[in-house]
Design a protein around this ligand. Structure first.
Ligand code: ZN
Length: 381
């Protein structure tokens, strides 16, 4: 089964009250758009992703440098935005199922998405729902007076996204029955026998205002863990010097099985530690020929891909480079940029400090370079 996914990010976030629209708000250095994408990309069945954006956000969207995402400009309402994306998808070949999802629900679990995709094998539409827990009242506005009716909460439920549909069917309903549309796409279905409702998730709440966003942040914070990394390499002649993935002009270089970059090795170990995934020696044995003289950037990149698949986001990295020479001061910015690029995070999530040992010991005598790192990560479900 091949799915396409529509992510709706075209709202004007008016209740959020911020210069930066909701889709572009960040947790752990990743925007809500990116968090949704990271989760969706775990599923090979999702072959095409369409992001519906608000024209006023185009600059911010471009800054995210998203790859393999089709951008479709949104309409004035959620319905129009969805229809714009459906109109694009209906002309593509090879897709029969579509997921429609609000960017403001980034906290769905991968378990929920897996269940939706699986259930679409038999159903025409799959929608997560949750029970109503508060008592419900409805204001009835008759021409003469307004009065309140209490509703039995057992008869009511709330619907969430992602919602899954047969692409042709939902396109047709949007085209022919748009007047029935009410807040979400499943509202177009009158024959509820066609719909498979599955248990939604309380934590898959919709971020509407800043308090919701704070709640989401707190959930992520409660899933934070920290790792430590340390490395030291001997300085010798006839070797190149690599620090933080950069080739540094130097008469002496570090000895090592790989390129001997103590900064990237300590960063890699700190990340692996935070994710409880072992250590660099375990992942890339120095007994193996294929790692001989390998650039540590390649090793770190592999680890970044592995932690992404396990659902980790890097929160911050703090680095001490302990060396007599070269001096780190003038290299700091370049190093920060390079590590940020490899780790796919922003520069403000990284801090680098240069330290000496006051000419004491092997580092002080310019016989070695050492590095220590602390990294914190956030895990999503
Ligand atoms: Zn090393």
């Amino acid at each position: 089964m091949s799915f396409c996914l529509i992510i709706l990010a075209a709202g004007n976030s008016s209740r959020f009250r911020s210069n930066v629209g909701k889709p572009y708000q960040e947790i752990g250095g990743k925007s809500l758009i990116e968090i949704n994408l990271i989760k969706a990309r775990k599923f090979k069945q999702i072959k095409k992703i369409v992001l519906v954006y608000n024209r006023k956000d185009l600059k911010r969207l471009r800054k995210l440098k998203l790859k393999n995402v089709k951008f479709v400009v949104g309409g004035k309402s959620r319905r129009q935005s969805t229809f714009n994306a459906l109109k694009y998808l209906i002309n593509l070949k090879g897709f029969n199922k579509v997921l429609i999802h609000d960017v403001a629900r980034p906290n769905f679990s991968t378990k929920l998405l897996r269940s939706i995709l699986t259930k679409m094998g038999k159903a025409k539409a799959v929608v997560p729902k949750i029970k109503v827990q508060d008592a419900i009242k409805q204001i009835i506005d008759s021409s003469k007076e307004e009065y309140i009716v209490s509703k039995k909460r057992d008869d009511l439920f709330l619907t969430q996204t992602p919602q899954a549909f047969n692409l042709k069917e939902i396109y047709h309903l949007h085209k022919t029955s748009s007047s029935k549309y009410n807040d979400d796409d499943i509202s177009l279905y009158m024959d509820l026998n066609k719909v498979k409702f599955i248990e939604g998730e309380k934590n898959n709440f919709k971020i509407t205002d800043k308090l919701d966003f704070e709640n989401l942040k707190n959930i992520y914070k409660s899933k934070m863990s920290v790792g430590i990394g340390f490395d030291v390499h001997r300085l010798v002649t006839n070797r190149k010097l690599f620090l933080a993935g950069l080739k540094i002009k130097s008469k002496i270089g570090t000895l090592g099985h790989s390129d001997g970059d103590p900064v990237l090795h300590a960063v890699t170990d700190a990340i692996l530690g935070a994710c409880a995934m072992g250590d660099i020696g375990l992942k890339f044995s120095d007994k193996k020929k294929r790692f001989k003289n390998i650039r540590s950037t390649i090793l770190l990149r592999q680890i970044i891909n592995q932690i992404k698949l396990k659902g980790y986001l890097i929160n911050n990295i703090d680095i001490n480079i302990i060396t007599e020479t070269p001096k780190i001061k003038n290299l700091k910015n370049k190093m920060t940029k390079n590590i940020a690029k490899i780790c796919e995070i922003s520069v403000d999530q990284i801090n680098i400090k240069g330290k000496t040992t006051e000419k004491l010991g092997v580092v002080g005598k310019e016989k070695a370079i050492a590095c220590e790192v602390i990294c914190s990560v956030i895990k999503y479900d």
